[in-house]
Design a protein around this ligand. Sequence first.
Ligand code: AMP
Length: 147
Amino acid sequence: MQPYRHILIAADFSEHGQVVAERAKDLADRYQAQLSILHVVDNLPVTDSIYGPIIPFDTDITEQLIDASKEKLNQMGEQLGIPAERRWVEVGSPKVEIVRVAEEEGVDLIVVGSHSRRGLGILLGSTASSVILHAKCDTLAVRLVED
Ligand code: AMP
């Protein structure tokens, strides 16, 4: 069995994100694997029935979100010892971008958080379940316990 060589943290900057990052860091240390980190700035279009059609996400706001994300990613990267060139911010759908970046960068393990879901959350599906379904490499879904 091949050891993991390149592990990717999918970071959403939520309060539980540290648990996901620490699990990935521990695995990277054990396997002596490269560790990378990705945050996706969600560019979901805003819809409002008053205006009718889809209103595209404001590009200035997107720029601000990218800058803020880079700052947070740099903080996490420093903490985890991830070099600057492996701290990535992308814009788009998190489900799609995590899978795409993992494939393009030769990642062999993606680490995501997984919430227990009820009601609408189950119907909509989570990022973790979509990544597990579509990624070409292994995915570790770290169970996040809600307080
Ligand atoms: P959720 O879809 O909220 O259940 O998120 C589950 C996990 O997917 C999170 O713990 C992260 O690991 C990952 N994730 C969700 N949103 C993003 C995002 N915007 N960028 C990177 N990873 C994300």
